[in-house]
Design a protein around this ligand. Structure first.
Ligand SMILES: [Zn+2]
Ligand SMILES: [Zn+2]
Length: 191
């Protein structure tokens, strides 16, 4: 693995797990702790990560940034945000899977990771591996057409039993939401 790849991997873990110790990172990457320190130096200098008592974590995002969706610009305290990590390690916050998928489509080539949350367990899951439920009879109070994300087909089907809707995989969901938006940027949430 090249240093740049290791850096990307470290940021991905931090996004998923919050914080990590240097020794844990060195173990996972199978490199020395010195190498880990060298790898994360640029991240520290650019203030993408901070040192904590136990190791390192991502720099806490300010409230302004957390609340504004990169795609629809709506302020949101929705509990189902999507994060996109770009190849240059910048992180974008999207208010809901609807905006996450549309934003992904716009900048596909620059996307390193796209992370969403399981609707039921709230655990983080790679959006590329997630299952998407559309047209369910449940209002998330965010953008329409609404998309719900699930980490497993089982969760999606359990929810579908109660609330209906259609289950899709990542690419299908991206295409479907794009088709329905018909190239328009304006989701109904957009004020
Ligand atoms: Zn949005
Ligand atoms: Zn939204």
């Amino acid at each position: 693995m090249l240093p740049v790849e290791r850096r990307k991997q470290i940021v991905t873990w931090l996004n998923q797990e919050g914080a990590l110790s240097i020794s844990e990172i060195s173990k996972r990457l199978n490199v020395s702790e010195m190498t880990v320190y060298r790898d994360i130096k640029p991240l520290l200098e650019e203030k993408k990560i901070i040192k904590t008592s136990g190791g390192i974590s991502l720099t806490p995002i300010t409230n302004d940034f957390l609340n504004a969706c990169t795609y629809c610009l709506k302020e949101s305290n929705n509990r189902h945000p999507v994060q996109i990590i770009l190849n240059d390690l910048r992180v974008e916050q999207l208010c809901c899977p609807h905006c996450g998928l549309l934003r992904y489509k716009d900048i596909e080539k620059d996307v390193s990771q796209i992370i969403c949350r399981d609707f039921l367990s709230h655990s983080t899951v790679s959006a590329r591996m997630a299952y998407y439920l559309m047209d369910a009879d449940f209002n998330l109070s965010c953008c329409q057409p609404q998309v719900l994300t699930f980490e497993s087909l089982k969760h999606a089907e359990q929810f579908q039993k109660g609330f209906g809707g259609n289950i899709r995989r990542f690419q299908e969901a991206v295409e479907e939401i794009q088709k329905r938006m018909n190239g328009e940027h304006d989701c109904t949430c957009h004020k």
